[in-house]
Write a protein that binds this ligand. Structure first.
Ligand code: AQP
Length: 327
């Protein structure tokens, strides 16, 4: 029996190389050895205000990018979260078992709500409960995510454990799977901040659909430091982040990269970095163009994915309802 994998991505903003290196790349690689379910989490997206037309378009764009990156609908279930309503229903039930104190410790809520804690939606605060439902409803064992989502996966695991201890064996306990390299790609304009779709700065992120000219210009402007040596030194966040991106796209070791750029300047390194990223993204961009030439194709894949996900989710929900004594 292959282990069950579940992971999701929000259809918000532009998908960037942080999402790719921290998550999507691993989802693609894991397809062979795991039983995979990947989800476009549109219900998570609406925890902050969204323009309906843009959201609808972004759901198709993200789906197209996942398929172009190599998610194979024959081997993996790919679907839109809101098409399987059992996610919301289980989230409600989990809400009734998750202590407020656990939720109040979630760092993503603290970061995203900032100084607006009284104004943001209840949904944003409750985001981890919905994510726990997404994971637990498929008896997930492994959740491949970037570093920023580790705390949420741990909350899902704690919730499963708590529920099981009250009602007996009900949920499978999930484990986060965090990549060794690329788990936390930082912003090009501010390497102390995670690269994020919701950051608006024009030089913050390299997006998967950026043209070669844009990629070259963004890397040329990326923040570094006043030193010269090109070394993997975590105390120098700008150059460290760029070197990590180079490492993941080139597949070379740290030693090989440091030797390659020995005696060279930041300008030369940034040019080489841009080229390796452009070449790395080229096949994905070409496949994306082909796929989106027929807009009905992506919708058909997503509809089929939801058909396959629904009975799996319904089975877990029914099990939970029975344990609680509902109906
Ligand atoms: N900077 C990052 N480095 C490595 N991995 C990252 N991920 C996100 N940013 C980085 C991983 O990408 C997957 C999908 O992310 P998401 O869309 O669910 O939401 P997020 O984690 O909140 O990502 P963003 O880009 O920061 O989006 P917004 O701004 O919309 O919230 C996840 O596995 C995540 O860990």
């Amino acid at each position: 029996m292959k282990k069950r994998v579940f992971s999701g991505i929000q259809p918000t903003g532009d998908i960037h190389i942080g999402n790719y290196l921290g998550a999507i790349k691993y989802w693609v690689a894991m397809q062979e050895n795991y039983d995979n379910i990947f989800c476009i989490v549109d219900l998570h997206a609406v925890t902050v205000p969204q323009d309906p037309k843009i959201l609808h378009r972004k759901i198709r764009e993200v789906s197209g990018l996942l398929l172009a990156a190599g998610i194979d609908p024959k081997r993996s279930i790919l679907f839109i979260q809101s098409h399987v309503c059992a996610h919301s229903e289980l989230a409600w039930l989990l809400n009734c078992f998750i202590p407020m104190g656990w939720m109040q410790r979630m760092t993503q809520f603290k970061e995203k709500s900032g100084t607006q804690k009284e104004q943001v939606s209840v949904g944003l605060f409750d985001y981890p409960a919905l994510m726990a439902a997404d994971i637990l409803i498929y008896d997930t064992q492994v959740v491949p995510v970037g570093e920023d989502q580790k705390q949420h996966v741990e909350l899902a695991r704690d919730t499963a454990q708590r529920f099981n201890s009250i009602y007996g064996e009900t949920f499978t306990l999930p484990e986060p799977l965090i990549p060794n390299v690329g788990a936390r790609i930082m912003g090009l304009d501010d390497p102390t901040k995670k690269m994020s779709k919701s950051e608006t700065g024009t030089n913050h992120a390299i997006n998967l659909l950026d043209t070669p000219e844009i990629i070259r210009a963004k890397f040329a402007r990326a923040t570094t430091d006043s030193l010269r040596e090109i070394r993997f030194d975590e105390k120098r966040p700008g150059i460290y982040n760029l070197l990590t991106i180079y490492q993941t796209f080139s597949g070379r070791s740290k030693e090989e990269i440091e030797a390659q750029f020995e005696g060279k300047g930041y300008g030369d390194f940034k040019k080489a970095l841009a080229e390796v990223v452009i070449e790395g993204l080229r096949p994905l961009q070409e496949r994306y163009k082909e796929l989106t030439a027929d807009p009905t194709r992506i919708d058909a894949i997503l509809a089929e994915g939801a058909e396959r996900a629904r009975p799996l989710a319904a089975k877990t929900l029914e099990r939970v309802q029975k344990k609680i004594g509902l109906g």
